[in-house]
Design a protein around this ligand. Structure first.
Ligand SMILES: Nc1ncnc2c1ncn2[C@@H]1O[C@H](COP(=O)(O)OP(=O)(O)O)[C@@H](O)[C@H]1O
Ligand SMILES: O=C(O)C1=C[C@@H](OP(=O)(O)O)[C@@H](O)[C@H](O)C1
Ligand SMILES: [Mg+2]
Length: 166
């Protein structure tokens, strides 16, 4: 098996669905955000506060490079598509699946989440970020799975179908 990379906006379910997918497939699960927190011994908000978004992106690309030799389900962070080279790293080592979710659904799921610095800003900025990133997710994706109004169990089933067909 190659790596299965999950991409998508914050709140699309990469971390939670990815974990269950890995269990169901019997492979390891890796979350790039948790990996970065372990390596740096800092929380994501602390990295953003101390090193800015650029600092965080550089940790993220390093993580992707290091994790790419494994066979696993890998949940990325919502901003993985900000760095074009990240697509090459992932494509070399597996398939990229985009979990697409509408802005309204994401807003319901995250509400006033305080652990995501780029969500924790004004509504118009969140919305602009979402709109700007949509085409980038589509450019990176080998496959797209819609998540609105779907139970995690349904998504696992659909993701397994995608993997089978790949
Ligand atoms: N299909 C879904 N239906 C309902 N809630 C979901 C679904 N997928 C994720 N969630 C919830 O949305 C929140 C964000 O999910 P998470 O996996 O952290 O997203 P991401 O890693 O993409 O930011 C969590 O509270 C999670 O339980
Ligand atoms: O969209 C983003 O730029 C980010 C998404 C977060 O991950 P999730 O997509 O898992 O929330 C995390 O990597 C960081 O807060 C930045
Ligand atoms: Mg996540």
């Amino acid at each position: 098996m190659m790596n299965i990379y999950l991409i998508g906006f914050m709140g699309s379910g990469k971390s939670s669905v990815g974990k269950e997918l890995a269990t169901s497939l019997g492979v390891s699960f890796i979350d790039t955000d948790s990996y970065i927190e372990e390596v740096t011994q800092k929380s994501i908000p602390a990295i953003f506060a101390e090193q800015g978004e650029d600092g965080f992106r550089s940790h993220e690309s390093d993580a992707l490079e290091r994790l790419s030799t494994k066979e696993a389900v890998i949940a990325t962070g919502g901003g993985i598509i900000e760095i074009p080279e990240n697509k090459d790293i992932m494509t070399k080592n597996g398939i990229i699946v985009y979990l697409h979710t509408n802005f309204e659904t994401i807003s319901k799921r995250l509400q006033e989440d305080e652990n995501r610095p780029l969500w924790n800003q004004d509504l118009d900025k969140r919305k602009a970020l979402y709109e700007r990133r949509l085409p980038l997710y589509r450019q990176f994706a080998h496959y797209v799975v819609e998540t609105d109004d779907k139970e995690v169990e349904t998504l696992i089933h659909e993701l397994k179908e995608v993997i089978k067909s790949s």
